[in-house]
Write a protein of this length. Structure first.
Lengths: 287, 251
């Protein structure tokens, strides 16, 4: 190539985009695991458990016919009351998660901007993360009025840590030379945060979101156990009732639906993550 | 070496610059050099001799502890060892970044970025993300980003060190073409003697830590230079001399 040619096209290769195609093999794995799971379930409810305890784990078909296919029976039995309480818990989980995201990400931003604050806060975050929040229920009840607020607080306490730690880790993950590029242009702290640290943190933020979303559902369900009022109650409270009355089919149905809520939230954030950063973020699996 | 004070047209000048880091390491010892517009000066030296520190002082990323460094800090282009692209931005948006940080408005930014992309031959790749590009193309994008603000002084910190030989030589040609076109003053750091001689108007050899300039070679070859220059006897002879000086630098 001549040194004065101004329109030389680069000849170096361009790495092609990997096509994400539907592939049946991607679904065989989960299907196999599902069938193994159902098989083990049958094994436990018909063979492993002693006869007089089998009511604790009804067979899958019994759960479907008595749990999922009874719309309503009495005040508490049937799919309809279960779904109502699931919706009630889902609202608490989502509201709690929203609060967690706002508070947690703000906290992470503050911590990322000051090493002093990071050091001062970190031990307490870890402490909150490992504290048995449920043991604090009497205290929460004494300090805070209103069942809803109490339930929200449990969700926030349980879901907070992954958001803060992952966001903080992400905000601090930008390369030194990328930072220097901004320094050379005299960029302000805010510009650096918005145009460098925040986008660099997105992959980690989404990891934190997915974990926290699952924890928010757990927080909402276990919060229900301890904080409830008359009227529509959360799925956790419902589960507690079924457990006490030994209504196996309803109990399993409620547990399955509560887990499904966690799964849906997890998948949702996975989807948002792919939409938001899938174009540029690379995950590697080593093969 | 010590034409103090630097000539009036010098865009970058170091006067007895010394640098001692906080922990006590002495990186630079009384370095003086000056670069005028249209000059391309390359510094070669052993690893860890403080070559990069020169650039960091020139760009104010690091403050020298002795001597003075004169440069127009608003007109510096800095090319890092790696391409330093933002993986979440497309090529076009990466090239715009510096203009964006200087708060240029959108239409102006787009125009300047498009010109720079054209200059480095990346047209057609504007919408690709860095991960979709080869190492050489990433470096081109990085060059384009620095070109956008048309800096008068260009600092290059071993920009092609990680590339394969062929890509490196091609980018050497590209950079020389840009140098002739834009007429900036260049300060280039490299490990490669061939690259140093091929690119530069002047090659400086630095000693091991603390870095001192121990030899200076003017490169007599006229621009535009072509690939075949690398195989001329005079070229080889000059490389030999520099290599010899560099060996001395290790002692």
């Amino acid at each position: 190539m001549s040194a004065t040619d101004t329109t030389t096209a680069p000849i170096e290769e361009v790495i092609p985009d990997k096509q994400d195609k539907f592939s049946l093999t991607d679904y065989i794995g989960p299907a196999v695991v599902f069938m193994v799971f159902i098989g083990i379930w049958y094994l436990f409810s018909t063979v492993v458990l002693p006869e007089q305890k089998r009511f604790l784990l009804p067979t899958p078909h019994k759960v479907i016919s008595e749990g999922f296919f009874v719309w309503r029976s009495g005040e508490r039995r049937g799919l309809q009351p279960i779904l109502m309480s699931l919706w009630d818990s889902a609202k608490i989980a989502l509201m709690g998660l929203s609060i967690t995201i706002v508070v947690g990400m703000s906290l992470a931003v503050l911590m990322s901007s000051s090493r002093w604050l990071e050091r001062a806060t970190w031990p307490y975050l870890v402490a909150v993360q490992s504290a048995p929040v449920l043991a604090l229920t009497p205290l929460i009840r004494a300090l805070i009025d209103g069942t809803q607020t109490q339930r929200l607080l449990v969700v926030v306490l349980i879901a907070m840590f992954p958001i803060v730690s992952n966001t903080l880790f992400g905000l601090l993950s930008a390369d030194k030379s990328q930072h220097e590029l901004f320094t050379l242009q005299g960029a302000s702290k805010w510009t650096r945060l918005v145009k460098l640290q925040f986008p660099a943190a997105l992959p980690n933020i989404f990891v934190g979101l997915r974990i926290s979303a699952g924890l928010a559902v757990i927080g909402a369900v276990v919060g229900d156990f301890y904080f409830r009022q008359g009227g529509v109650v959360g799925i956790g409270a419902q589960i507690d009732v079924y457990r006490n009355r030994l209504w196996g089919a309803e109990l399993i149905t409620a547990i399955i639906l509560a887990s499904s809520l966690g799964l849906v939230v997890f998948l949702f954030f996975g989807w948002v993550s792919r939409r938001a950063i899938g174009k540029w973020h690379i995950t590697t699996r080593g093969h | 070496m010590s034409e103090v004070p630097a000539s009036s047209s010098a865009l970058l000048s170091f006067n007895n610059v010394s640098m001692t880091f906080d922990e006590g390491t002495k990186a630079l010892d009384n370095v003086s050099l000056s670069i005028n517009a249209g000059e391309f000066v390359t510094v070669v030296g052993p690893s860890g001799c403080g070559k990069s520190t020169l650039l960091r002082i020139a760009s104010n990323l690091e403050a020298n502890t002795g001597g003075t460094c004169t440069i127009d800090r608003n007109s510096i282009g800095y090319v890092f060892q790696d391409a330093t692209l933002m993986p979440w931005r497309t090529v076009a948006r990466n090239v715009e970044l510096i203009a964006e940080l200087h708060k240029l408005d959108k239409t102006e930014r787009h125009k300047l970025a498009a010109e720079a992309i054209e200059l480095v031959g990346l047209n057609g790749f504007e919408d690709k993300y860095p991960r979709q590009l080869s190492g050489g193309m990433r470096m081109r994008a990085s060059l384009a980003r620095s070109l956008v603000m048309k800096p008068k002084v260009f600092l290059f910190d071993e920009p092609f060190g990680a590339l394969d030989e062929i890509t490196r030589e091609r980018l050497n040609d590209e950079l020389l073409r840009l140098f002739q076109l834009e007429g900036f003053a260049g300060l280039f750091i490299t490990h490669s003697i061939t690259e140093a001689v091929y690119m530069s108007t002047k090659v400086l050899v630095m000693s091991a830590r603390p870095g001192k300039i121990i030899a200076e070679f003017d490169v007599p070859f006229a621009y535009p230079r072509t690939h075949d220059l690398r195989y001329e006897p005079e070229f080889g002879e000059l490389c030999g001399k520099i290599s010899h000086a560099l060996r001395g630098a290790h002692e």
